[in-house]
Ligand binder design. Structure first.
Ligand code: SF4
Length: 347
């Protein structure tokens, strides 16, 4: 008989290592979940809410069962893996992480530390500290803190603005929940599994419907981004990479991927992008064409987008941030915003 606490915890934190272990122990197949209408409906709700709202994913309802919450997460994840849209994955990861944050607020200090240790191998100590009239609940090792907050833009999160003790950042309970939320988001974005249809009938139907919704949504965003390319609206990180390319400086693999994916997403064609790479010291047209076409989705089913700001910060490609960066989390979002404000150059 399944322990109530195990399934209760797995329903709250279905991305956690213990929830994934439980799924394996229960040996539940997609075929079995396919017969569970409530789990499928909740999976669909999770995904549609993630796409349509900035609010956290909500529970099924007052009578929601833990089993439905738990299994619906896994169906949702299969859908995200199968649809292979980075936009969709990011939306879903953000919504699920916000959902987790709501639970974090209600946990004890010790429980948060245990979750952080088990799932992210963090050194997070629950140690009440009072300094200058302010109460702190935890101490987080600065390296863990920096990794988790790489994508945070607000000044208050900068390390220089944090109180530190023995190499650890002092956090209030709300800060701890926020930093853990970022870790959950990063985990869900990076945990990509190779999954493809066909699925059992009901899940297959959900997949086909969602695929259309996601495709329409990403097409609409593409239309907003594409059109006449406005280089003045490129974010500083991309401008810096383009400047390096023009000077013939060698770029790392991730730098090449970032700039290529960005230019493809704003509407530049493969040949024009190849022209930018000509000056690279190791340029080989056949190889470069293969790579650019692969990122464009011409040699596989995945069309790539550039990494989000958080990742670019961690790989030191986020340079010369300007005031417009304060409000965005992705280079394409920067471009979309700025493009609306900058009058395109007349040809
Ligand atoms: S914040 Fe984002 S958009 Fe701005 S420079 Fe850094 S990576 Fe680029």
């Amino acid at each position: 008989m399944l322990e109530d606490t195990k399934i209760y915890e797995a329903a709250k934190y279905p991305w956690s290592i213990s929830a994934r272990t439980l799924l394996k122990e229960l040996d539940i197949s997609l075929k079995e979940i396919d017969a569970n209408t409530r789990a499928l409906q909740q999976a669909q709700r999770r995904l549609l809410q993630a796409l349509e709202s900035k609010e956290p994913v909500t529970l099924e309802g007052k009578t929601s069962s833990e089993f439905v919450e738990f299994t619906s997460f896994f169906v949702a994840k299969v859908m995200v893996d199968a649809i292979k849209s980075m936009y969709f994955r990011r939306r879903w990861a953000t919504a699920e992480a916000k959902r987790a944050e709501r639970f974090f607020f209600k946990e004890s200090d010790l429980k948060l530390a245990t979750l952080a240790k088990h799932n992210f191998n963090w050194q997070l100590d629950p140690k009440p500290t009072r300094i200058a009239g302010r109460e702190f609940s935890h101490r987080l090792h600065f390296a863990n803190y920096l990794a988790a907050t790489a994508g945070f833009h607000e000044r208050e999160w900068k390390l220089v603005n944090k109180r530190m003790v023995n190499g650890c950042v002092l956090l209030r309970k709300g800060d701890t929940a926020r930093v853990l939320r970022a870790a959950v988001e990063q985990l869900l974005i990076s945990d990509v599994k190779r999954v493809s249809p066909p699925f059992p009938p009901n899940i297959q139907q959900m997949y086909e419907e969602l695929e259309v919704i996601v495709r329409n949504r990403t097409e609409r965003i593409k239309q907003e981004i594409m059109g006449e390319i406005v280089p003045e609206a490129f974010p500083p990180c991309i401008q810096a990479l383009l400047a390096d390319m023009t000077e013939g400086k060698p770029l790392s693999h991730i730098a090449r991927f970032t700039v290529t994916a960005f230019l493809l997403n704003v509407g530049m064609d493969v040949d024009s992008i190849l022209q930018l790479f000509v000056k690279a010291p190791d340029f080989r047209e056949d190889l470069a064409r293969y790579q650019v076409e692969h990122i464009a989705g011409k040699r596989g089913s995945t069309e790539y987008t550039p990494p989000a700001c958080a990742y670019l910060v961690s790989t030191r490609l986020c340079v010369k941030k300007d005031k417009h960066c304060e409000f965005i989390r992705h280079p394409l979002a920067y471009y979309r915003r700025r493009r609306k404000w900058i009058k395109p150059k007349s040809s």
